[in-house]
Design a protein around this ligand. Sequence first.
Ligand code: PHB
Length: 392
Amino acid sequence: MQKRRFFSLSAGAVLVALSLAGTPALAQDKFKIGLILPMTGQQASTGRQIEAAARLYMAQNGDTVAGKKIELIIKDDAATPDQTKRLAQELVVNEKVNVLGGFGVTPAALAAAPIATQSKTPLVVMAAATSSITEASPYIVRTSFTLPQVSVSLADWAPKNGIKKVVTLVSDYGPGIDAEKYFKDRLTFNGGQVVEQLRVPLRSPDFAPFLQKVRDIKPDALFVFVPSGAGAAVMKQFLERGLDKAGIKLIATGDVTDDDQLNDMGDGALGVVTSHHYSAAHPSAMNKKFVEAFEKANKGMRPNFMAVGGYDGMRVIYEALKATKGQGGGDALLAAMKGQIFESPRGKIFIDAQTRDIVQDVYLRKVERKNGQLYNVEFDVIKDVKDPGKAK
Ligand code: PHB
C-alpha cells in the first residue's frame, strides 16, 4: 500500500515536472484550431461536410505552417447554442485554441460571439449565414455566405422570367427571416408581389399544411429557404402535393437543392432554379480538382456549399498564420484575415476588411442531369456581390 502510494506520488511528480518543463515549448510549437460543428442531430450533414473539407485542406497543404504544427480539434454542439457556448469556453480556456471555427447554424455562431470578443480569439464562421452575425463580434470573419446575398439575385431573375406573384416559405429563424425580407423587398422593387409569407419551425418541420395553403393560393412560384439538410423533405412534399402539376414553380436559395442531397431527389427536381454561391458543377479547373479530391477522400460523398465554406475557412486561417510568421496572437491573426482575396472552388472570393464578411459571385442555376447525376448547373452570374444587409 505504502509502496504503491509512493510510486503514484512520484509518477505524479514526474508528470508535473514534465509539464512544467515541456508544455510551454510544446504549446509554442502548436497552433490549435477548434471547430465547433453539428456532428449529430438535424444539422449533422453540415458537420460531416465541413470536417471532411478541413481534413482535405490539411492533407493537401500540410499540417505545419510557419513552423507551427496545426492541431485540429472538433467538438460536436448538435447545433444547440447552450452547448456551443460551453464548448467555445472550454476550447478557449482549457485547450487554449488560437482560432475558433465552424458554426453550423446562426444561433450557434451568436452564442460563441461574446467568447471570441472577451478572449480576443478570431472566430471563422464557415456555415451560418444570417447577415447580422459579423456584427456580433469584431473578431468574427465569415467564409460562408449571407441569405440576403443570394436572395436578391433570385428576386432580380424571377420577374424577368414570368414570375410575378410569389409565396415565400422560410424556416422561422435568422437566415429565413433574412431570405424572406430581402427577396420580398427586391421582388416588390422589380414590380412583382409577395402575396403570402409562410414561416415553418426550424425543428422537425411538417411542410404539408403550408404547402396545401400554397396550392390554394396558386401563385406563379413558391420561394423557399430551409437550412442545408432539410431541402429533400421540401422537394418531396412539393411534388407529392402536386404543386408542380398545379403550375406552381419552385424557386429557392441553393440550400434547398443542396449538393449533399440533390442526387437523391429524383427527376422531380429537374428544372428547379436556385441562386447560390457554390455548385459542385462549377466549371473551373480548381473546382474540378476539389470535387475529385473530396469525393476520393470521402467514399464518393459530393462536397456541398458547407464543405467549401470549411475549405476556404481553413485557407483563411493558414494564410493568416503565414502572414504573421507563426507569431500571431488573436489581433494580429484577425488583421491578417481581413482583406484576403483568393480563388476558391466557388470562384474568386474576398474578405471585406471593413465588414469582415465575404464578397463573392452569386450564380443562377438550374437542376439538370449530367452524366447520369443531378447537378445545379450555373447559367448566369452576378459578380462580386457584397452582403446587401451591410449596405446601410
Ligand atoms: C444558419 O443557421 O445560418 C444556416 C444554416 C444552414 C443553411 C443556411 C443558414 O443552409
